[in-house]
Every structure is written in structure tokens, then in C-alpha cells.
Design a protein around this ligand. Sequence first.
Ligand code: PHE
Length: 339
Amino acid sequence: MKTKIEKLLAEVHDFKANSKEEVEAFRIKYLGKKGLLNDLFTEFKTVNAELRKDLGKAINTLKNTTQDKVSTLKEQLEDTAEQTGQFGDLTRPAAALEIGSRHPISLVKNEIIDIFNRIGFTVSEGPEIEDDWHNFTALNLPEHHPARDMQDTFFIQQNPDILLRTHTSSVQTRFMENNKPPIRTISPGRVYRNEDISARAHCIFHQVEGLYIAKNVSFADLKQTIQYFTKEMFGKSEIRLRPSYFPFTEPSAEVDVYWGLETETDYKITKGTGWLEIMGCGMVDPNVLKNMNIDPEEYSGFAFGMGVERIAMLRYQIGDIRMFFENDKRFLSQFKAAL
Ligand code: PHE
């Protein structure tokens, strides 16, 4: 009886099937009511007491192996049926599409562009690798001018003439070279400064700078335009202009917006004053217009520039500028709703 069982066990091991029907026939042959295993159990009842233990074990092993074999074969056949079937399982639910989200910097940049588009500013773009003329000299920053220290510059390959632009004012010089007034343009883009990275500063960031040149443009026009912007962007239109210095504008100013002191965060971000600095601006210096072959007697203009990260930090109450560059999915996916 022992040899019979061993022979059957080897047969079970070697069995192969190409269809479900073959597996079912195999199951009935071994495990069915009139199957081989039942025969073995019947025979087992007549076996001597001293052989029982050993044979009982062997029959059980055969039974379990056969059952395992049947279920493994069934699974394998189902898998291949699914893979080779013309359409697979048509009732299976479709895999959910994961919807991405825009980067918060893109969201805010697009919003700024939209706001200025509505009052006639069009977008202009330029290269990130610039020459000295467009980034500095044309903007009234001659070679040894101390104001160049305001913007620590990355130079390319020891060549002091080729650099990564430190502001998108370089796009405006290019625009003035190629267009006649009236000019009404905004220049969004990435800029680079050789600064230590901290929660408040980064060596890469984004700017949107604006330029308006026409006849009789006044400081009042500048103020109106900025007020319109802060109202649209933050819902706040109380601004103040603090005298400042930029080589390319005269007079120059820093723009503060009245943020309010309603919450604890308001106290923190405005250092208890209620006012927040959001951008630099001024009337285009006549020297810049001359450099661009625009007659300062005939035309005047204003310019402004803001950091997109700063606006986004205020907009979404983000405390650390580095988060924008780490691209942690947990951070980015919070902006899904803002699409
Ligand atoms: N270009 C200046 C900067 O990067 C910003 C600015 C633009 C200031 C236009 C005044 C006028 O800091």
C-alpha cells in the first residue's frame, strides 16, 4: 500500500494541465466521492494496527498535496486567461487616475500675470543666462558701481560678462531694445543670486517685474497700478511707498501693504506693525531710457518688481521658502484644490 501511495504522490507532483476541464477531471479522479483517495481510506480501515500511523500520515500528505495542486493550477489558469483574453476582465473597475496639481509658484505667478493682463500688460520673456549689458550696465549700473553688491551674482566660467540673471529687469532691457513706446509689459521668470539659503532667502527664486513707458506717465499712475494689484491679489488696497534706492529708477520706493493686525500670524509676519513689504518700484531713470534710445524728454515710465515666492508665502501662509524647492509631494498635493 505504501508504494501505491508513493506512486500516486509522484503522479500528482508531475501532473500538468492546460485547461480548467483537465484540472477538474484530475480533482474528480483523486478527490471525488469515488476517487482514488477515498479508495485508499477504505483500504486503510483494514490495515494492521502497527502500520496505521505511518500509512495514515502518507495518505494525508497525498490528500493535502493534491488539494494544493488543484488550487494552484486553477489560479494559474485564471491568471493566464486574464492576461491573454482579448479584453481582460471587462467587469474590473478601472484604475483611478491620479490628478496632479500645479506648483504653488506657478499658481501665484499665473495669478499675478492674470491681474496685470486685465489692465493691458503683456508677458515678455528672456534668457536666464544673460550678459552684463542687459542685466547691469544698460540699467544704469556701470562696472564699478557699488549697487552691484546688492545682487550677488553667479558668473559663468570666470567670464565676468556672462552671468545668471539676478533679476528679470534684464528682460525689460531686451524688450525696450526691440519695441517702441508705448510699452506695457510684465516679465515673469527665474532669477539667481549668490546668497546663503535660509528660511527667508534662496539662491534661486522667481520674479515678476513690470514696465510701463508712454507719454506723461507719472508717479500717481505707478501708485494706482500697484494699489490695483494689491487689491486684486490680497483684497487689500491700503499701501504706502517708502523712499528707497535702485540704480534704474528715480525716485525709487519700497511698497508696503497694510496687512492688518487681526490674528497672531498678522503680528508675527508684520513684526507687530501691520505693514508688509511686497515689492520695489520707481520711475524709470532717464539714463536707462537714453541707453535704450528712448527720448526721456518725450517719454517717461515706471517699473516695479516683486518676488513670487514672497507673494506665495503671504498668500498661503508658508513659513519657509525652501519648501518651494524641495518638491515634497505631501506639500505640493495641498494645492490640488487651487487648480
Ligand atoms: N530689479 C529689482 C530687484 O530685483 C526690483 C525692481 C524692479 C525695483 C523695478 C524697482 C523697479 O530687486
